[in-house]
Design a protein around this ligand. Structure first.
Ligand SMILES: Cc1cc2nc3c(=O)[nH]c(=O)nc-3n(C[C@H](O)[C@H](O)[C@H](O)COP(=O)(O)OP(=O)(O)OC[C@H]3O[C@@H](n4cnc5c(N)ncnc54)[C@H](O)[C@@H]3O)c2cc1C
Length: 385
């Protein structure tokens, strides 16, 4: 294999930026392009000019991890402020706390259960005839029973995924545990925080390196490939192949901003669980920076729908048809030369930021090793299907 000298990274999100930095630190000159006019991909944050509030442009992003290497990495490039994500949910005209915890259970059923009494009660609610839950609906019925499922999951899931929960895999629900204590911290990880100056500033800092060149407003075109020894692709997998086999399914989000003064909803994120509202949640961005003080406020109402060709892809759907198509794209990818697919779009998986960074660090290690030993770099460094 010819020595690798020129590397192109498509995408300046966490995947592209971390790999660029690691390869640059290892001595490789890297060019990073992004079709958008900003860095940080879907984690992009900006200061709203009417309120001066830091806004999460593509939806609320809370950093959380158990991984020491990842925590060291992110705090090397940006100051993380203490932040605990506490989510509220509106259902049947009342406000509850999520994930379902002892307070939610007691409020919903009008009880004063102790933890063990609540656990026994929920076990009675659970549908134990479901031995091995396969679908989202079965998983919910098996673990929380019909009443909590209908109040908190059913309509919300239909709004979020555009399909009945009986069509979705059980694995989706595993992200939302039930707690038999009053702990309403949404995440269980050891580290949780919010970047003091936003995610985009962290990415700017990561990319600040003498041998990294960044071009924004620059979309990949096939002819670029000949100018580089290797391409690292964090855009959509099917887009690399011009969607030649069809489009992988995604959900996209529409955000409708509205303004006010003071504290408009009292919390960063409130979910709307009933189908009486078409939106899934409302985010009040000032609550992500509790160390700042702002008189005005900006909120985003969030709507979910199927992603069309011109939309921004958010959540990979990964239902049976998508997985079959994914397999065909993975086959095609394995026949390609000079490219490595990374990140949430390149590997068509939902990835939290910490997992994205972890995988990017590991991929960069593996690529650097392949370049040094003049081995052909792999097309994927993660298990994708
Ligand atoms: C609504 C939502 C909320 C989330 N909340 C959280 C959270 O609270 N906590 C958490 O840890 N994670 C969260 N995530 C996950 C987080 O967004 C991802 O982990 C992260 O964005 C993945 O980074 P990436 O670099 O792989 O992809 P991206 O951020 O999507 O970056 C890919 C980049 O590639 C660029 N690109 C694509 N195609 C081309 C092309 N042809 N030419 C040039 N550039 C191109 C895109 O413009 C984009 O900037 C959330 C995700 C969503 C959708």
């Amino acid at each position: 294999m010819t020595p690798i000298n020129k590397i192109l990274i498509v995408g300046a999100g966490f995947s592209g930026a971390v790999i660029a930095r690691e390869l640059a630190d290892a001595g490789y000159a890297v060019t990073v392009i992004d079709s958008r006019d900003h860095v940080a991909g879907n984690c992009h944050t900006y200061r709203d000019d009417k309120t001066d509030i830091m806004v999460h442009k593509y939806g609320p992003h809370i950093f959380h991890t158990d991984n020491e290497r990842v925590w060291q990495y992110i705090t090397r490039f940006g100051e993380m402020m203490p932040y605990i994500n506490r989510v509220k949910a509106v259902s049947g005209g009342q406000v509850y706390s999520l994930p379902i915890n002892l307070h939610t259970i007691n409020q919903f059923f009008g009880k004063t259960f102790t933890p063990s009494a609540a656990q026994s009660f929920i076990e009675e609610q659970a549908d134990t005839s479901i031995d091995q839950p396969k679908t989202f609906e079965e998983q919910a019925l098996r673990f929380v029973g019909k009443d909590l499922y209908q109040a908190f999951f059913k309509d919300y899931t239909i709004k979020q995924w555009g399909t009945e929960p009986s069509n979705l895999p059980a694995s989706i629900l595993k992200r939302l545990p039930v707690r038999f204590s009053y702990d309403d911290n949404y995440f269980n990880h050891k580290y949780q925080g919010m970047p003091k100056f936003g995610y985009s500033q962290i990415i700017v800092n990561i990319l600040e390196h003498p041998i990294i060149t960044l071009h924004l407003n620059s979309s990949f075109i096939k002819s670029m490939q000949t100018d580089y020894d290797h391409v690292i692709w964090s855009g959509p997998l099917d887009a690399y192949f011009d969607h030649s086999l069809g489009r992988l399914g995604y959900r996209t989000l529409d955000f409708k901003p509205f303004y006010g003064t003071g504290d408009m909803q009292g919390n960063a994120v409130i979910n709307y669980c009933d189908n009486s509202e078409a939106f899934t949640r409302v985010t009040e961005h000032k609550h992500f920076s509790p160390w700042e003080s702002h008189k005005k406020s900006i909120c985003y109402t969030e709507y979910s729908r199927n992603c069309n060709a011109e939309d921004i892809p958010y959540y990979p759907i990964r239902l049976v048809d998508d997985k079959a198509l994914l397999e065909r794209y993975v086959d095609l990818a394995h026949k390609s030369n000079g490219v490595t697919f990374v990140g949430r779009l390149g590997t068509y998986r939902y990835l939290d930021m910490d997992v994205t960074i972890k995988e990017a660090l590991e991929t960069a290690d593996a690529l650097a090793e392949a370049f040094v030993s003049q081995q052909i770099p792999k097309v994927f460094y993660q298990y994708v299907i």
